[in-house]
Design a protein around this ligand. Structure first.
Ligand SMILES: Cc1cc2nc3c(=O)[nH]c(=O)nc-3n(C[C@H](O)[C@H](O)[C@H](O)COP(=O)(O)OP(=O)(O)OC[C@H]3O[C@@H](n4cnc5c(N)ncnc54)[C@H](O)[C@@H]3O)c2cc1C
Length: 966
């Protein structure tokens, strides 16, 4: 007994020693508690004041006494006063002392846990402690969600809405006590990719009516937002954004600095060149939205258990079968990892780890006291990305935080930390943001700062959240790594994930967020730590076309990397792989010009132009080693059978033939677009886009019979791929192989193992990725340098040179080649992008997507991939298209572009994109329209084409022989 009492005393002492002399906060939420001391009649009672929904709790006027309980009536708030007794007293020096005690919620939680473990009994547990805490966990549930932050709560809410009621939500601390609790609550639709805007827009609409629906006040206030531009480039990026928002039907307007001043009384507008106003953006209390979600889910039957930690997920035969928690095991069919910054550790804790690449950084904002003339709650959110800050109204004062240039990652072995507490204040670190704030709102100089909030938030390698089903474990879903957008995206992301679980796929293309875009390679702690230090500032950095990440580079390289680098290669990265963009000729210092970072004509224009010219007139070599390569084989016909089932084209072709084909889903949409070579009767070589390595692998594995003799091998690392493009490619190769390479001897779309130079066993394929004539060589890596050297050496007399991906991109876009991940996705069918010729409906095999395509053939298509040639666009003076630009037909918005490039052949910009219509789209419909493409608010006339210009082709070949889109 004495021990437990001593423990308690020590605990109180610890709290006491953490006293922080904070000013008396306004009180808006109280929890009274009374604890019965075991085996005695003594009671301890207290009051926990949740301070403005931050995780700070305050015990007011704590007094230590000797031997008896003292009740202090100084709280003066009309509620039960605090009383806390401590016997024996912790130390003489503290006797009779009196202080305002700040107790972080985590300590309160520790205190409660500690007391419970020692047999203390809660007579009146804190208001937020779920009554289910004391109830045993159910032995099984259909789905277990780990994490009671906004994401876990949103998933539970949406699953329940979709009719799943056997849901168990487990939270290690209290609901919303992770990053959610500190959230600044801004719901902004201003996002960099369209699916994020879609999610945020949905969230905004949902939050608006959530209070009415659930009865839980959510603090939803429509404030609108103003994004400021201090530079012309920033204004261009806002104009591009405004076009995108309007496409989604979100009202928004580019406004003058004067108008900014009218919308917000405190903003200094003198350094502004313009701004974007989004009147429907809003603020909420994120913790309360979380509680509202939970309440609704509970009413639909979901069970919620706080103070319950998931230790790891139980797995059998690659599938989730349950969870192990600190309160026992629960069987389940589905598991959802919504563990916020803990998601990474939790993923790693399984016997078969799940890679969830995210890492937490400290994120700061300050709170001021109420202004003398209180700022209205409805004052717009202000985002000043050039100053790296955001500002919103808060309790008559302001809340302002930002994304600093030098973020502080925190290496959290998070499992042992139950609830996030306010981290150390770091005013030196916050100083640049504070300076930016005072510059933007000079009148705040005289203002009293209440406190600096510092809370971890998780960031991912590419600034997009991680969602979807694990590639390795069936029914293991994740929604985490919100990159400080969890409140804005929470509703929408939860909805998409719930749909994914219930229907088997999300209702829109979420590939940019799909967990399968990553592999284990992005999960190194060092990689993550370095990358998130770049990602956090990037949130407010100006993003010009073709920007690249600078950290985590040179992770995957071709054996030729050093050789190409020495020849002037400028690099970009895809799935960790370095790929040359273009080659700076000797003597030309591009870095000094620094015009690459522009919305206008970039400084590499002429360089890429000369690479394109060389591809068309002579021969170029492009290292394409990053492509994903698999081999599938079997002792019998199983390999052919499974591929015929998984792919829409006919793969029962003679040995040596190459087939371009789509890997479709049940809806007929592209899960992958690739080339398959029949190496022999029972072995196939599959070439896919670089970022398909995880997704395609997992799709194949999931559809392959588990008990067959099929062998699937990822051979990406085994081969260097060199693309030899141009009319002289055959001359170079025949000289090196002593074999005739003319189309008569080596027809297009054909593969032969040959010797090139001294190296034997090179897979030479008569296809390029550009629509130009040439070959691709798949070279075992140990021969790569030799073959490359030979090609360059023999190629000299044919004018050979290196080329990069920008040249390839220009060539493929002017040929109207679609690119998976950019133009094609799981919601686009071959019929919608004019690739019927790659679908063999009558090949004698059922294949996935066949029924959907048959239906679509009957009903017609309602969107159509189209090529647009810009007519009145001045390449030198006008803004360049990128992707995501609105397409107008006869003045009506009908779609958006998916990729664009300057065509050196046409001397014009070419955009590819989809036209949508409520009526089936026919070629006639396309041809009859007048088209415009809008670039940053300015519209340019465009000519629409459904087929590429035949004049672009230097050799007469069938379309299917030429097209390869990645
Ligand atoms: C200072 C700050 C300001 C922000 N402002 C904004 C904003 O204005 N707008 C916006 O959109 N976003 C904002 N964000 C981001 C937003 O708050 C987060 O993205 C969001 O709250 C993340 O929610 P979550 O559910 O993923 O994570 P969390 O809220 O951290 O929830 C994860 C939960 O999982 C629980 N958990 C972890 N492991 C286990 C386990 N093993 N067993 C059981 N439970 C477990 C944790 O206890 C935690 O409660 C801000 C973030 C910060 C830090």
């Amino acid at each position: 007994m004495a021990d437990t009492w001593q423990d308690f005393s020590n605990m109180v002492l610890e709290i006491f020693l953490r006293l922080a002399a904070v000013g008396r906060p306004s009180l808006n939420w109280l929890t009274a508690y009374h604890v019965q001391v075991p085996n005695t009649r003594r009671r301890v009672s207290g009051m926990c004041i949740d301070w403005l929904r931050l995780e700070m709790c305050v015990l007011t006027s704590l007094r230590f006494t000797t031997g008896h309980t003292v009740t202090d009536r100084k709280t003066g708030n009309g509620e039960d006063p605090l009383s806390l007794s401590c016997n024996p007293p912790p130390s003489d020096s503290l006797l009779g002392s009196r202080a305002l005690v700040t107790m972080p919620a985590r300590l309160l939680s520790d205190l409660r846990g500690h007391l419970q473990r020692h047999g203390w009994r809660w007579l009146c547990p804190p208001q937020r402690a779920a009554s289910s805490d004391v109830q045993p966990l159910p032995p099984r549930a259909q789905v277990v969600i780990c994490g009671g932050g906004i994401m876990g709560a949103s998933v539970a809410y949406h699953l329940a809405k979709l009719g799943w009621h056997d849901i168990l939500l487990l939270e290690q601390g209290r609901l919303g006590a992770g990053s959610t609790r500190f959230c600044a609550g801004m719901v902004s639709t201003v996002k960099h990719i369209s699916i994020e805007t879609e999610m945020a827009n949905y969230s905004n609409k949902l939050y608006q009516q959530l209070e009415q629906e659930t009865g839980v006040p959510t603090g939803y206030t429509r404030t609108g937002s103003i994004s400021l531009a201090q530079t012309q480039d920033r204004l261009i990026s806002l104009k591009r954004m405004a076009s995108r928002l309007r496409m989604k039907g979100i009202p928004c307007e580019i406004i003058t600095p004067k108008k900014v001043g009218e919308l917000h009384p405190l903003i200094n507008i003198h350094d502004l060149v313009g701004a974007m106003h989004v009147p429907e953006d809003a603020v909420v209390s994120t913790a309360d939205v979380t509680l509202a979600f939970v309440k609704s889910a509970r009413e639909s039957g979901a069970q919620v258990h706080e103070h319950t930690s998931v230790n790891h997920v139980l797995v059998e035969k690659g599938q989730v079968i349950g969870v192990d928690t600190d309160r026992g095991q629960v069987e389940c069919d589905y598991f959802v990892n919504c563990a916020g910054q803990w998601a990474y550790e939790l993923g790693q804790s399984n016997e078969e780890p799940v890679s969830i690449p995210l890492h937490a950084c400290e994120h700061f904002y300050l709170l001021t006291r109420r202004l003398r003339t209180p700022l209205e709650d409805s004052a717009p959110i202000v985002v000043d990305p050039d100053g790296r800050i955001y500002i919103r109204s808060w309790q008559g004062g302001i809340l302002s935080g930002g994304f600093e240039k030098n973020p502080k990652p925190i290496f959290t072995e998070g499992r042992n930390q139950l609830e996030i507490q306010n981290l150390q204040e770091d005013w030196d670190h916050f100083e640049p943001l504070l300076t930016a704030l005072l510059r933007r709102m000079p009148s705040l100089e005289a203002l009293e700062i209440l406190r600096l909030v510092n809370c971890p938030e998780s960031f991912t390698p590419d600034m997009r959240c991680v969602m979807g089903e694990s590639p390795d474990l069936l029914r293991y879903f994740t929604l985490a790594g919100m990159n400080s957008q969890g409140c804005s995206l929470g509703g929408g992301a939860g909805k998409f994930l719930a749909e994914w679980m219930v229907y088997g796929y999300p209702q829109d293309n979420v590939w940019p967020m799909d967990i399968k875009r990553f592999g284990a390679l992005q999960s190194s702690r060092t990689f993550l730590r370095h990358r998130v230090m770049e990602v956090m500032p990037l949130i407010y950095d100006l993003k010009v076309p073709r920007w690249d990440f600078q950290t985590g580079r040179q992770l995957r390289t071709s054996p030729l990397y050093d050789r190409l680098d020495a020849q002037g290669a400028r690099w970009m990265e895809k799935h960790g792989f370095e790929r040359a963009k273009y080659f700076v000729p000797p003597g030309k210092d591009l870095l000094a010009l620094d015009q690459s970072k522009t919305f206008y004509k970039p400084d590499w224009f002429d360089i890429v132009g000369s690479e394109v010219k060389c591809c068309k007139e002579a021969v170029c070599v492009i290292d394409m080693s990053s492509f994903t390569k698999f081999e599938i084989s079997s002792p019998g016909d199983q390999a052919l059978d499974i591929l015929q089932y998984l792919f829409s084209n006919d793969l029962d072709v003679p040995v040596g033939h190459i087939v371009h084909t789509g890997m479709l889903n049940e809806r007929g949409g592209y899960e992958n677009d690739c080339s398959i070579v029949r190496l022999n009767k029972r072995c196939f070589f599959m070439i896919s886009p670089t970022d398909q390595q995880v997704h395609c692998w997992s799709w194949l594995r999931q559809h392959m019979p588990s008990d067959s003799d099929l062998v699937l091998e990822d051979v990406t690392w085994k081969y260097t791929a060199l693309n030899l493009i141009g009319p002289r490619a055959m001359d170079v190769l025949s000289e090196l192989s002593y074999a005739p390479m003319t189309p008569d001897h080596f027809p297009s779309m054909f593969c032969k193992e040959m010797s090139v130079g001294y190296a034997n066993g090179i897979r030479v394929m008569s296809m390029t990725h550009t629509g130009e004539p040439g070959f691709t060589l798949y070279i075992p890596i140990e021969y790569a340098l030799h073959v490359y050297n030979e090609l360059i050496s023999v190629g000299q007399k044919y004018g050979i040179r290196n080329a990069g991906y920008y040249a390839l991109r220009s060539l493929r876009i002017e040929k109207f080649f679609a690119f998976w991940g950019q133009d094609l996705d799981a919601f686009t069918t071959p019929l919608e992008c004019g690739r019927e010729f790659r679908v063999k409906l009558d090949k004698g095999y059922e294949f996935i997507g066949r029924d959907a395509l048959l239906r679509q053939r009957e009903e017609g298509v309602f969107k159509r991939f189209t090529m647009f040639i810009l007519e009145d666009h001045d390449t030198d003076l006008d803004l360049w298209p990128w992707w995501g630009e609105p397409i107008y037909r006869n003045g009506q918005h009908v779609g958006k572009t998916t990729s664009s490039a300057y065509s050196y052949t046409l001397g014009r910009h070419v955009c590819l994109g989809f036209i949508h219509s409520p009526q089936p789209i026919t070629p006639d419909f396309i041809n009859r329209g007048e088209y415009q493409i809008e670039i940053a608010g300015q519209r340019f006339q465009a000519k629409a084409k459904l087929y590429p210009f035949s004049s672009l082709f230097t050799q007469r070949r069938r379309k299917e022989d030429l097209e390869l889109g990645y």
